[in-house]
Design a protein around this ligand. Structure first.
Ligand code: ADP
Ligand code: NA
Length: 327
């Protein structure tokens, strides 16, 4: 108590990758003492693109295992699966009656994810409203996210303010907490796109579960540029800059020091070292993950206990919301 409440969500859509880790999960783990944390595996969000039910269930468990292996501590933080707490969908509907078609249509993620699709699900369109419900349900003051979520948090704030103005003070208006370093890890195959679980090219990302050989191959294959100079320049050298960011965040070595260390050396040596830095950084997580995967009962129980705690908070909040809006 006394610490600001933070809400963080992650979709069980695919293997957790370095972008998720450096932009989000790593910070979540480090901030467990600073915030009163609620972490949710947002399976309802994962339904907004075509998926396989069996795979979704399996990935939900897998993401839970990865979060625990990465250091989320269920003694200090609430960790639960979104669909275990029905209040999320109920509040989503209520907030949806306040959101406008125009503002949802402007969401960049919706535009990107629907581009080129013949069939665009209404769920994909409504996604940011559900995200707003996730956050507002718990009176979260802070939302630690990567850069890609900035616009959605802005919408969450607008909806909270709109509800408060219409029905009386009910929701905390949250702030995004975007760490500049690692906030936007780019794809290894196209440094102008962010690294994402939904990218069809698996070589575009390093997954937390990738074995050393796969990591070495993906880094070797990662696009660079026609020069050979290792220099940080997001504009002109986005690929090398992205690799430098990953190297620096995982090793703790500042980027200028890395530039100096690799002055006069080619991309080959740099990439070889980077692969080893990644392998070493992921090794302890992978080892804990192996232990958890062997005991799924522990993960399932932890998620159930987390859901019970989340449900208690959510149902109290929904009682107030229902009263405020005349239900
Ligand atoms: P994805 O886009 O890979 O499906 P999610 O939407 O589940 O990822 O996001 C989980 C968390 O990871 C969010 O806080 C998001 O901001 C962060 N994140 C996702 N991709 C990146 C990236 N390429 N760089 C930094 N952070 C990212
Ligand atoms: Na995302």
């Amino acid at each position: 108590a006394g610490k600001p409440r933070a809400f963080s969500g992650i979709q069980p859509t695919g293997g957790i990758h370095l972008g998720n880790y450096l932009g989000a999960i790593r910070n979540w783990v480090l901030q467990q003492d600073q915030y009163d944390n609620i972490f949710s595996i947002v399976d309802l969000h994962a339904m907004t693109i075509p998926y396989d039910p069996r795979e979704l269930r399996q990935r939900t468990l897998e993401v839970g295992s990865v979060l625990l292996a990465a250091g989320i501590d269920p003694e200090r933080s609430i960790l639960f699966v979104q669909s275990d707490v029905r209040e999320h969908t109920e509040l989503c509907w209520i907030l949806g009656t306040l959101a406008t078609f125009g503002e949802l249509r402007r969401m960049t993620q919706f535009k990107e994810k629907s581009k080129g699709n013949e069939r665009v699900g209404a769920g994909l369109f409504f996604y940011p409203v559900l995200q707003a419900a996730d956050i507002l349900l718990y009176d979260a003051a802070v939302v630690p996210v990567g850069e890609d979520q900035k616009q959605h948090i802005e919408l969450t704030r607008d909806l909270a303010i709109r509800f408060n103005n219409t029905f009386g003070e009910t929701f905390v208006v949250p702030e995004p907490d975007i760490k500049p370093a690692g906030a936007r890890i780019m794809s290894l195959t196209d440094p102008l796109k962010k690294m994402s679980k939904s990218d069809p090219d698996p070589d575009s990302r390093i997954e937390l579960r990738d074995p050393p050989e796969v990591i070495r191959r993906k880094i070797r294959k990662a696009v660079t540029d026609s020069e050979t100079v290792i220099r940080y320049d997001e504009e002109r050298k986005p690929a090398i800059s992205n690799l430098l960011t990953i190297y620096s965040l995982l090793s703790g070595i500042p980027i200028p020091e890395l530039e100096e260390r690799y002055a006069g050396k080619g991309y080959g040596q740099f990439k070889q070292d980077l692969a080893e830095v990644i392998i070493q950084a992921l090794a302890p997580i992978q080892q804990r993950l192996e232990e958890l995967v062997a005991q799924p009962g522990i993960v399932i129980r932890t998620l159930q206990e987390g859901a019970a705690k989340a449900r208690e908070l959510a149902s109290a909040k929904m009682a107030l919301v229902r009263e405020r809006c005349g239900l």
